[in-house]
Write a protein that binds this ligand. Structure first.
Ligand code: SF4
Length: 307
């Protein structure tokens, strides 16, 4: 069986396949911390943030540098032997539309001052976009490839309350569907392994996300990292974690409920290994990726199979 959106053994629509089709080459990401906060941290909606939050996981060059300096450092870090690459400017830390239009415009202008930036991705919440900001993003989308990433994590309100998300699924859905009318590319994040969620609950989350029809989907494994509220909850009262094989089976099956056109931008987490408390298996990303490919092949699964 050959999956239509793949030119290798993958049975799901990878980001590298999408980028190769669209840009004719591999496209890298420059992760940026624009120094913004989040309404779930500063008291507008909540205090302290989501229990697993570190302000947006991933690699940040140095948040004290300007946006341009961060992008330069990111390009330099990922460019070897004089090669040139295309990059997406990825405003990743915290909530990247939780600011005024002037700042948003400056963030975009700084990113677009680099010739090899071919797109801008804003990681944000659905409740941090008003009409003025959406109009600005539409205007920006005429100049570059804009993508807006929304954290959902789970469709189960009990879980959203436990993780202090300060948002219900119904609120997310309404705002998300409204944003979708803008025509701007969207990506939704979900997390597998959140405390007290069953396998079936996580499958339901994937099914519902499939119905929301995003352009992209990121599936993360829950990471318990040092210094987070989640770490102290886990240390005081450990909850069940997904084991590696269950995670692999879960993701493989979740993908069968997602339309083949949806770009699967991630199927596991990629956090700072030195800060990871659990689950230990998630440190070996290659093995998880290989396990998903193997499981899908052995069970004749592919993205969208169960639609
Ligand atoms: S919404 Fe995002 S940035 Fe804000 S607290 Fe939650 S995970 Fe952190």
């Amino acid at each position: 069986m050959k999956f239509i959106y793949s030119n290798d053994n993958k049975r799901y629509h990878t980001l590298s396949f999408y980028n190769n089709q669209k840009y004719g080459e591999k496209v890298l990401k420059a992760s940026i911390n624009a120094g913004l906060t989040c309404p779930n941290i500063d008291g507008k909606l909540g205090v302290g943030g989501c229990i697993y939050c570190e302000g947006g996981s991933g690699y940040f060059t140095n948040k004290n540098l300007s946006i341009k300096e961060q992008i330069s450092a990111e390009i330099k870090r990922q460019t070897k032997n004089g090669e040139t690459h295309k990059f997406i400017a990825y405003f990743q830390a915290n909530t990247n539309t939780y600011t005024d239009i002037k700042t948003l415009r400056k963030m975009a202008d700084d990113a677009l001052s680099f010739e090899n930036i071919v797109g801008i991705t804003f990681s944000t919440r659905t409740d941090c976009l008003d009409d003025e900001k959406v109009a600005f993003l539409q205007e920006l989308n005429q100049k570059t490839d804009v993508c807006v990433e929304f954290g959902l994590q789970s469709i189960h309100n009990k879980t959203l309350e436990f993780i202090n998300r300060c948002q219900t699924f119904e609120g997310f859905e309404k705002e998300y569907l409204n944003f979708k009318k803008s025509g701007i590319r969207t990506c939704i994040h979900i997390i597998n392994g959140l405390p007290y969620e069953s396998y079936d609950m996580m499958i339901k989350t994937a099914k519902k996300v499939g119905e929301l029809n995003p352009d992209g989907l990121k599936i993360h494994s829950l990471h318990i990292t040092k210094g987070t509220k989640l770490a102290s909850i886990y240390e005081n009262k450990p909850f069940d974690l997904l084991d590696k094989q269950t995670y692999i089976k879960l993701v493989a099956n979740q993908l069968t409920f997602i339309a083949p056109e949806v770009v699967i931008e991630r199927v596991t987490g990629d956090g700072d290994k030195s800060k990871l408390i659990a689950p230990n298996w998630s440190k070996d990303k290659i093995s998880v990726l290989g396990g998903i490919d193997k499981f899908m092949k052995e069970n004749d699964l592919f993205q969208g199979k169960n639609l």
